[in-house]
Write a protein that binds this ligand. Sequence first.
Ligand code: UD1
Length: 429
Amino acid sequence: MDSIVVTGGQRLNGTIPISGAKNATLPLMIASLLTSEPVIFENVPDLADVNSLIRILTNHGVDYRVEGKRRGQQDLTGRTIHFSAEEIADTTAPYELVAKMRASFWVIGPLLARMHEAKVSLPGGCAIGTRPVDLFIASLEAMGAEITVEGGYVIASAKGGLKGAIYEFPKVSVGATHVAMMAATLAKGKTVLKNAAREPEVVDLATCLISMGANISGVGTSTITIEGVENLHGCRHRVLPDRIETGTYAMAVAMTGGDVLLKGAQPGLLQEVLDVLERVGVTIEPVNDGIRVSRNGAALKPVDIATDPFPGFPTDLQAQFMALMTRADGVSNIQETIFENRFMHVQELARLGAKIALDGQHAEVTGVAELTGAQVMATDLRASVSLVIAGLAAEGKTTVSRVYHLDRGFEHLEEKLSNCGALIERVSG
Ligand code: UD1
């Protein structure tokens, strides 16, 4: 298993290109199941999760084609991929494929909408809590689906097709909003989703569905209305920039000091995070082609945060922010409100010398003058990158093992950081 070795103490200076958002790419790819015509996505990141989902989609009968390099293109990041679900060959998503990544469960929406049946294994994914699927089931049942859970599979059918419904989510869920919205595009009549997620990735999916011919309004608010249509058609869509990657590198620069242009980043996608970083003492400057993040030698101020659905502070940046706060000049409080078990990075950060007291969903972080390099273990996607960030500022060498977690969601991490002066390398083993 590969490890990443970071030697801390270097400031970051230069440019980091921001990739297409993983969390937008996955539902967009799944939406290709809704139409027999080709859908083409630009700016698709080259990530293990994208490749896992390709395996799932091809099992359903989707053909795909990656566009080759074009004249003048520097490298193959931000690929353009064509997906074509001309015919759905299989409506079952088997355990071996779904277990790797929770989002693959989301195929249930389009399969049910287009084929009126689906059999999808209960999901796997990051071990950050129990993560049930009750909201998916309830919203699809509201649209007339009959659903049973047997032998680890969710088996759904909608004879004669799904029907429009009014459904209020008891809790905000990004995945369940994606799925209900996709399912409703082909349902008969009007669907109103209340307490829907407002995340930019939901907006990106809706924008794509609208270009495919769907009739959707209210996107970006907590009430989304979908008027079902007979068929959807193909389209071309550019994936929005990754706000979690943007926030992660902004925090890395905050940690080490330096001056970096996050190229292609859009401030509106993470305003709350940028505001918090400014309070910490980081200089944030939106520029034409991205966001410039810099910090001179000034101390990091402690700031309290609580994670929240968008537009609040994203849970996917909680671990990275905690890493940053381990070096703040004072005590900060971090409250995780989305997932019940998302503090697995705490004991690993402690190995680097961080002082963190945990009490349920709350962490009290007392900043220390220095972190010291150590061997640590990646436990989930965002937690692993928090260890890299901490390692960038630690004295000596930090070795992060189990980096397959990182490969699920961060494109060319070592390259992007080392181009800005970080001492970071991947060691195979
Ligand atoms: C998505 C993101 C993930 C992010 C999360 C919250 C992708 C691929 N993943 O995950 O990176 O951390 O949003 O912003 O986009 N819940 C239920 N029942 C359900 C569904 C969810 O109780 O049926 C709960 C979850 O356990 C969690 C909360 O709702 O406590 C929010 O989860 P949700 O928004 O669904 O997360 P994901 O869509 O899985």
